[in-house]
Design a binder for this molecule. Structure first.
Ligand SMILES: Cc1cc2nc3c(=O)[nH]c(=O)nc-3n(C[C@H](O)[C@H](O)[C@H](O)COP(=O)(O)OP(=O)(O)OC[C@H]3O[C@@H](n4cnc5c(N)ncnc54)[C@H](O)[C@@H]3O)c2cc1C
Length: 397
């Protein structure tokens, strides 16, 4: 038998073509065309640098093969091929048995995946993932579509509620779902899926309702966001997922959460807050929210958020376009709260979550750096510890 090898593959049904893996690969082993992102088996050295940054987990797929799938083949795939039965069956000789033992060991490793995904909080509920795929999606019914930003505000952000009927779709706060706009692209292939973070807690919009909500911003010329923002009550939507294995809330009631967001990055934090209100209503002083928007009118959930008691959720809003007021960004609000944050940051019960625009990440990091410096602490060392413990999470897009 030809020497079997473990081949690294990307699941085209789950991949959102964000190319994060391509950027993370230090040796250029990942490439793409208009349809797929693929790994070149001749180049890939299984260094696994690409695994943790992938937002969907589509990167963590492996097959044991005797001849590697070529780049060209993979670029044309609509779905991953099944694992082939490659055990040698021709003889019972000792050589064949040794070969088979090697293949079985490789198959077991391939099934496990790389196990290098970003680390979840130790006390988080174990997430279920990839239950529904593009070829077998869950049909969800639109229960509601409400505009969250005021008419005339500079952005149209929607609160979409999807009824899951009797289906089992066990999502957790912080996970995302995939939505594929109907129709095909210019190559006649289905459109690629887009991810949207769930904004309801695991038990649904109201306790024990089998539904979920999303917070979706209409993008100019954006295919999927316009499709979703135009959905009407009772329309049916193809849902895939759930996705995401690390941006999760700890169940430990002693933990503290620092949540930093802009725009639709508020989606997971609505879910986090509601989940804690349902499960830990008596706990005060364990959550801080830093939320940036241009104006109060364009800040999703401004009204409902203001109703959450300050003792339960310490809110810090930053507005960058309010007339006659200085421009304020989330990092300014972080710095303004530095004496309290400095104490939180060195506490091993503290978790940081950052979600929203990619552009906010560096400013937020710089603020944490300054806050720690002011307290004679080394931010890099603190962050390294947090990452190791699954206490530092970023989801920007
Ligand atoms: C982990 C994760 C979670 C996410 N969560 C959310 C969420 O909770 N809420 C949310 O709203 N989004 C979320 N997103 C982003 C979302 O997945 C989509 O990327 C977003 O909705 C845009 O998709 P689209 O199909 O509308 O735009 P696309 O059609 O993919 O277009 C992409 C961009 O190109 C521009 N564009 C497209 N065509 C043209 C054209 N002809 N001329 C000029 N510009 C053009 C669009 O303005 C858009 O900004 C998330 C992304 C990730 C990775």
């Amino acid at each position: 038998m030809t020497q079997p090898l473990k081949q690294h593959l990307i699941d085209p049904e789950i991949c959102i073509r964000c190319h994060t893996c391509e950027d993370a690969c230090p040796i250029g082993a990942i490439t793409h065309n208009d349809d797929n992102v693929v790994v070149d088996a001749d180049k890939c050295e299984h260094c696994l640098h690409c695994i943790a940054p992938c937002p969907t987990g589509s990167i963590d797929n492996w097959r044991v093969v005797t001849t590697a799938y070529s780049v060209q083949e993979q670029l044309e795939w609509l779905e991953l091929p099944e694992q082939q039965d490659i055990l040698a069956t021709t003889s019972d000789s000792a050589d064949t048995q040794t070969e088979n033992a090697d293949v079985i060991a490789l198959l077991a490793q391939a099934q496990q995946g790389a196990g290098e995904m970003a680390c979840a909080p130790a006390s988080a509920t174990r997430p279920v993932q990839n239950l529904f795929t593009q070829s077998e999606p869950l049909r969800a019914r639109v229960q509601g579509n409400f505009r969250l930003t005021e008419q005339g505000a500079d952005s149209d952000v929607r609160h979409i509620i999807l009824d899951l009927s009797n289906a089992s779709f066990p999502y957790l706060e912080g996970q995302s779902v995939g939505i594929t706009p109907p129709g095909t692209n210019q190559n006649g292939r289905p459109h690629r899926l887009r991810l949207y973070t769930v904004s309801s807690p695991r038990t649904g919009e109201r306790p024990d309702t089998n539904n979920l909500s999303l917070t979706v911003k209409r993008e100019n010329h954006g295919l999927c966001s316009n499709y979703i923002c135009d959905l009407k009550r009772d329309d049916m939507v193809n849902l895939t997922g759930p996705f995401g294995s690390s941006f999760l809330i700890p169940n430990d009631a002693q933990t503290r959460l620092i949540m930093v967001c802009t725009g639709t990055g508020s989606a997971p934090f609505r879910a986090f807050t509601m989940q804690r209100q349902r499960e830990m209503a008596a706990i005060n002083g364990s959550m801080k929210l830093f939320f940036g928007a241009r104006t109060p009118q364009s800040l999703p959930y401004f009204g409902p958020l203001n109703k959450v008691p300050g003792a339960f959720l310490d809110k810090h809003f930053a507005f960058s376009r309010v007339e006659n007021r200085p421009k304020t960004y989330v990092q300014d609000r972080l710095r303004a709260d530095s004496s309290s944050l400095a104490k939180w940051l060195i506490d091993r019960k503290t978790y940081i979550y950052i979600c929203g625009l990619k552009a906010m990440e560096s400013g937020v990091e710089a603020a944490f750096f300054d806050i720690m410096k002011g307290a004679d602490q080394d931010w890099q060392a603190v962050k390294t510890e947090m990452l190791k413990d699954g206490r530092y999470h970023v989801e920007t897009y």
